[in-house]
Design a binder for this molecule. Sequence first.
Ligand code: PEP
Length: 249
Amino acid sequence: MRRPWVGGNWKMNGVRESNAALLDALAAAEHVASVDTAVAVPAPYWQQSSDALRDTAVAVMAQTVSPHASGAYTGDCSVAMMEDFKLAGALVGHSERRQGVGENDALVAAQFAALQRAGLTAVLCVGETLAEREAGDTLAVVSRQVLAVLELMGAEALASGVLAYEPVWAIGTGLTATPEQAQAVHASLRAVVAAFDAPAAQALRIVYGGSVKADNAAGLFAMPDIDGALVGGASLSAPEFLAICRAAG
Ligand code: PEP
């Protein structure tokens, strides 16, 4: 039985004042004990978030990470900095980083490795574009993205993190993959990992991301290989995010 994981990705949203309201609501809420919950917040607000959520059930994460320990990497943040602010880990390979900033499979695998070596949680995001889906390439694309980490790190290391299937065409668009579409990809991803290590594949949490909301979460979570969600827009509303967390419990 896999423990559900629900993460909120704030992306580049919020300022100190709006964050305070959201963080206070998350800190005050009663969380479902059976669900792991996290928020991935912009780097300037690591301190604010980590202070507000200290001793709560909600972990704080970063939205990306440098694969390097330190040095001449202007604008990047290291694993050691995340540890300094008591962060639980980071997203890696989000499509907005792959497409907008040019992060590729090799870099994403190195980011995963840097987090894993430090014992932090890496949330590996994979997903196809609409053109790739329409060309029938969905499984080839997501398998390639997962294999980049599997081949570098092995299946057990992958299973120490979380795998997020996020079809690019469903992110921030209001279009959600149907539970059946998402389940088909999740099952295929689990089979890719099982070819390396069957127990690790069974343990791996594979969560869905792409316009998840309170009113579509339960249908997705009812699928056998959907172990939670990575939530973007809806995570900026505490009631909406908390309802999604409850649906995972
Ligand atoms: C995301 O940013 O990872 C995401 C899934 O966004 P949204 O829920 O807004 O589609």
